[in-house]
Design a protein around this ligand. Sequence first.
Ligand SMILES: [Zn+2]
Length: 65
Amino acid sequence: MEKKNCYVCGKQDLSKNEIGLIKKLIDKDAKRYYCIDCLSEFLEVDTEFLLAKVEEFKEQGCILF
Ligand SMILES: [Zn+2]
């Protein structure tokens, strides 16, 4: 899989979970990717919420995670 960097802080090599969240919550063909910290700021939620979402998507059997 192609490596992604955070658009905001430049963190390299985002995790599969981070990329999956962008695809699920923002756009499946997103051009900009965010690490979980910057994503939580961007969406104005806390990281715990995003991590809970990851678990939720995994339970649904989402192929992105
Ligand atoms: Zn970042």
